[in-house]
Design a protein around this ligand. Sequence first.
Ligand SMILES: C[S@@+](CC[C@H](N)C(=O)[O-])C[C@H]1O[C@@H](n2cnc3c(N)ncnc32)[C@H](O)[C@@H]1O
Length: 378
Amino acid sequence: MNLLRRKIEQEIRDAGAIPFSRYMELCLYHPELGYYSRNAEQFGKAGDFYTSSDVHAVFGRLLARQFDEMWRVLGSPERVDLVELGPGRGLFAQDVLGWSRKKFPQFFCALRYVLVESSAALRERIRETLRPHLDSGKAELIPLYPLEGQLSRDAPAIVFANEFFDALPVEILSPKGSLRIDARDGHFIETWARSSPEEMEFIDRYSVHPEMDERIEVSLVAQQFLDRIAAEMRRGFIIAIDYGYTRHEQLAGRHRGTVKALRQHSISDNPYEAPGDQDITADVNFTALAAAAEGHGMQTQKLVTQSQFLMGIGEGNQFADAFEECRLPQERAKIALQLKHLVTPAGMGESFQVLIASKGIEEEKVSALCGLNFGRSR
Ligand SMILES: C[S@@+](CC[C@H](N)C(=O)[O-])C[C@H]1O[C@@H](n2cnc3c(N)ncnc32)[C@H](O)[C@@H]1O
């Protein structure tokens, strides 16, 4: 018997049917039994999914190049805080720190890397991966948001999140109301409650009203998260990379009902199977995230695809960051395939989008960043 299922059933017996967001939160983040809490084996070939950093170190290397440019746009300050939300196993941080030390020594010197990871098992894994950087004080590992005090009053910040917002709990709305999860005879069943004014306001502003047999996600947690970061940010950037959509795309009929469960690289639309053993995600509403940033005086740039973003960063030196250690043609061919996976539509290139928000920096300098200018340099 699945232990987490029993705990969720117990909570439902005690408190009545729970919102879908609470169900998702327990499945992913229950302190001992949640999907991200149990162990650190979710990622990569043997796990349930690949993220860009599992594909190849070039993802972190290209981003290091972009962070170095952002640091220079900020006026090459003596210190800059790079805050990574939900770093998972810490592979991205390892790639960024390693490449920055080698290629961008002045940026590396100014850099303080803060990893914000809520899973104790993943923090343990990060401690192993990044031990030298943590021991030297170059990197710092903290368990939880809020970040109060983590964004320094004096130093500018770059907040980075890859596949973070899609892993935050969402509400689900249909014409019947807001989804609740009840338990009966050992099964979870769906019931509906009246939608809250907050949920209705969210879909009025950033999404669309669900039609017959449709479901729409309401990502209040993600929006509040970004709202708090934008409020605390004095000067700097936020970069969020994820699969998702804009309100405009929803109006065109796409991205409705995007909650998915993932296990051993296969997708299911049944989040009630094996709680805690499978990942649950929802596409990210970029319109809502951008609005949260703009609400605190941040400027947002037009979304670019991961493909445009990485090509923009890499085209200047023909992706030397990827091929540097290759000695043999076979090695080059292997890396070319991995790079292709990150940038082509069939891989992650078109489904992932990049949101960049900035505060306290001249607009012309932000819009001239290499990641936002693929093809314009020729
Ligand atoms: C899908 S994983 C992405 C991991 C990593 N960014 C990558 O690209 O490989 C989402 C991560 O966010 C973490 N997370 C979720 N909610 C969090 C929160 N409130 N504070 C910090 N980390 C959180 C999870 O534990 C998990 O490591």
